[in-house]
Design a protein around this ligand. Structure first.
Ligand code: GLU
Length: 421
């Protein structure tokens, strides 16, 4: 099942449980706008390559479209549609005033030079700048895009509109309008949710074994933060494979290794394992921080974890989700678990509006409050509807989106689309 079909299935399940207005579900089951662009870019060797780029604007019911863009060879429109939909739900779960969007360019970032990446980014901005803006659609980093790419993005957009506009994109470097705490925000938000969940269920970090799949922005910081909280990180991995040591791995060592050698697989702290093996190793908590469709009907019956924290978007298929929930495994769903990233993006955007920058303590405090309140709301809904945490998170989002739609009425942009069909 593809990721978009998966998301739609999750949506219709939750809609049924809460008896969501069918019109609202119909509206949210389609993105508002989809843009496909072609980007001719001069490569370092003098040749010309034409890349395909996307921006999907899913919903602006609760505020401007918001969501990252990724540079990945496998990117396709359905994937971006799924991710854009998840962004609308994610922003609604944490109650920040944004809708959802997502973008991407079909390219292999690992094989591109800095100059090529800069030219692709500037071309992408030139192609989409008319449909984005600080009050309309605000991109951010995602897989294989980073703070430097956001700096080029902001620079190119500001040139095109002839105005300094740092708030057009978030996840920028601190020196050009970024926010303290943004690079660690996805991991930190997930850690706050996990910490609160464990507190409520009287589980201690000490002696709790954690596997972290993925060692990018979310996974590497998650391993370091959880290690700092007293958890034992028994395995980490990146796209090339992983390392395992039941006594524990120092994630800072793994990070150094990744920086020096390009992969955590070279880390001497444990024995090497494949990515498939990693997910099936014994542990208490499995942190999924790589990408979509990792836990599927192929490996679900071999998963040993009791809690799964989804820092990636869509890492568990609907079928595996059903199976694991049925076995009593707790899945802390992506739209809640990884919402810390977009939450600190919101703080960055607010700071850009004010041209006044906050202290890190203030950011962490505000992030923690939002993550804990959102978890509490999801847990209350889970009790009320006797459903899984994922279903409750979708219900939490739907409730806010449905209210916004009803209040805005037939003037709301999406509503018009349905009426004029
Ligand atoms: N790409 C991140 C996500 O999937 C962050 C999005 C943002 O900050 O807008 O949530």
């Amino acid at each position: 099942m593809n990721f978009y079909a998966n998301t739609l299935k999750n949506m219709s399940k939750a809609a049924k449980i809460m008896n969501l207005d069918q019109e609202t579900l119909d509206i949210l089951s389609q993105p508002q706008k989809t843009l496909i662009v072609s980007l001719p870019v001069r490569m370092d060797d003098g040749s010309l390559k034409v890349f395909e780029g996307y921006r999907v604007q899913h919903s602006e019911l609760r505020g401007p479209f918001k969501g990252g863009f990724r540079y990945l060879a496998e990117v396709d429109l359905d994937e971006i549609k799924a991710l854009a939909t998840e962004m609308s739900l994610k922003c609604a779960v944490v109650g920040i005033p944004y809708g959802g969007g997502k973008g991407g360019v079909k390219c292999n970032a690992k094989e591109l030079s800095q100059g090529e990446l800069e030219r692709i980014t500037r071309k992408y901005v030139q192609a989409v700048y008319q449909i984005i803006g600080p009050h309309h659609d605000i991109p951010a980093p995602d897989m294989y895009t980073n703070a430097q790419i956001m700096a080029w993005f902001m620079d190119e957009y500001s040139r095109l509109v002839n105005q300094y506009q740092p708030g057009v994109v978030t996840g920028k470097p601190i020196e050009v309008g970024g926010s303290l705490g943004r690079n660690t925000a996805t991991a930190q938000g997930g850690a706050f949710v996990l910490e609160e969940y464990m507190k409520k269920n009287d589980i201690k970090a000490e002696g709790t074994k954690v596997i972290v799949q993925g060692f990018g922005n979310a996974g590497s910081f998650a391993a370091e933060i959880l290690h700092g909280m007293g958890f034992t990180i028994v395995a980490v991995s990146d796209s090339r494979g992983g390392v395992y040591n039941e006594k524990g791995i120092d994630p800072f060592c793994a990070a150094k290794c990744k920086e020096k050698e390009g992969s955590v697989t070279k880390c001497k702290e444990g024995k090497s394992v494949t990515n498939e093996e990693l997910l099936e190793l014994p542990c208490d908590i499995l942190v999924l921080a790589a990408m979509e469709n990792q836990v599927t009907n192929k490996n679900m019956s071999n998963i040993k974890a009791k809690i799964i924290l989804e820092l990636a978007n869509g890492p568990t298929t609907a079928e595996a989700d059903e199976y694991l929930s049925g076995k009593g495994i707790v899945l802390i769903p992506d739209i809640l678990a990884n919402a810390g990233g977009v939450t600190v993006s919101y703080f960055e955007w607010l700071q850009n509006q004010q041209a006044y920058y906050w202290e890190l303590e203030e950011i962490q405090l505000k992030l923690k409050r939002i993550m804990v309140e959102s978890l509490d709301r999801v847990l209350d809904l889970q009790k009320k509807y006797k459903c899984t945490m994922r279903e409750a998170a979708y219900i939490s989002a739907f409730d806010r989106l449905d209210k916004a739609l009803k209040l805005r009425g037939s003037g709301a942009p999406l509503r018009c689309k349905v009426y004029y069909k």
